[in-house]
Design a protein around this ligand. Structure first.
Ligand SMILES: [Fe+2]
Length: 98
């Protein structure tokens, strides 16, 4: 059941839709995010328990940053169907939808 929806501005040029699908016990939520092509997030972290991404379709590039915002840990391209996890102990990241 969709409990909430909103739009968030991403880097001032485009937006993505983020829909809360389920408010889970504790500090956990399940979101469906719809990104148009060529939209990127800013560099951000995932404090607490972190974040699991499941890419349903498309292709996404993740660039990892150290916690001080320095680039260069690695860059990975994820195909549709892939899953990944990040938390602040691993660093920060920026993701870009192809
Ligand atoms: Fe993220």
């Amino acid at each position: 059941m969709v409990a909430e929806s909103n739009k968030a501005l991403v880097e001032g040029t485009a937006s993505y839709a983020k829909v809360l699908l389920c408010d889970l016990p504790g500090d956990r939520d399940l979101f469906l995010m719809l990104w148009p092509p060529h939209v990127s997030t800013c560099i951000h972290g995932h404090p607490g328990d972190g974040c699991v991404h499941k890419l349903l379709e498309g292709k996404l590039t993740e660039t990892m940053y150290s916690r001080d915002g320095e680039k260069g840990k690695c860059q990975t391209i994820f195909p549709g169907g892939s899953s990944t996890f990040i938390n602040d102990d691993m660093g920060y990241h920026k993701v870009w939808m192809h």
